[in-house]
Design a protein around this ligand. Structure first.
Ligand code: ATP
Length: 196
């Protein structure tokens, strides 16, 4: 079974596209969700984080205070490196486990950082969801009720638009409305069915 990578910067429309494909019965493995699963209560990574940074990172129900962890690693590169060395291999394993359980004509790995790190090795074909940067900022800040400057900082840590496009096997242009995105999603789905 082919594994299709879907990527695009923050707010580009990956989730809108993959929700459409999920309705067609395609298994979507979402790298951001995998990153959350591996720090759920009961998972070894969570205990390691509490041991390293202290129990202050635990919320009352025992789950991870993600915002507090984010602010620690944002301010401290060493802490960030430690956390990445712990979590990246576990996220990679979780993604591979989820992909291995998928059935269907093809399966999808959706990841904002597909091309930035080692996840690219897990996919056979790369689909990029592309929008102009200004639209990315507008949609992502409206969705998250977030400061546009914060969105721009996240974009700066992701591949530049042209570098991402240069690595695409297929580009979905999401600069139009949602109806146009869904029309393109249908075309993409047919194309991917014919690839297998
Ligand atoms: P992230 O990497 O941040 O998770 P994403 O690539 O998954 O982002 P979405 O969440 O799918 O992006 O889209 C960002 C926001 O823009 C959402 O609120 C979504 O509903 C909206 N959106 C996506 N595509 C369109 C479109 N063509 N027209 C209008 N709004 C759109």
């Amino acid at each position: 079974m082919r594994t299709i990578g879907i990527t695009g910067g923050i707010g580009s429309g990956k989730t809108a596209l993959t929700d459409y494909l999920a309705k067609k019965g395609i298994t979507i493995v979402d790298a951001d969700l995998a990153a959350r699963v591996i720090v759920e209560p009961g998972r070894p990574a969570l205990n390691a984080i509490f041991e390293h940074f202290g129990p202050k990172l635990a919320q009352d129900d025992g789950s991870l205070d993600r915002a507090a962890l984010r602010s620690i690693v944002f301010a401290n590169p060493e802490a960030r490196l430690w956390l990445e060395q712990l979590t990246h291999p576990l996220i990679g394993q979780e993604i591979q486990d989820q992909l291995a359980r998928a059935a269907g004509p093809y399966r999808v790995l959706s990841s904002p950082l597909l091309l930035e790190g080692s996840q690219a090795a897990l996919v056979d074909y790369v689909v990029v969801v592309d929008v102009p940067e200004a639209l990315q900022v507008e949609r992502a800040s409206a969705r998250d009720n977030n400061d546009p400057e914060q969105i721009k900082r996240i974009m700066a840590a992701q591949l530049a638009r042209n570098d991402r496009l240069a690595r695409a096997d297929y580009v979905v242009d999401n600069s139009g409305g949602l109806d146009e995105l869904y029309a393109q999603s249908e075309l993409l789905h047919s194309h991917l069915l014919n690839l297998v």
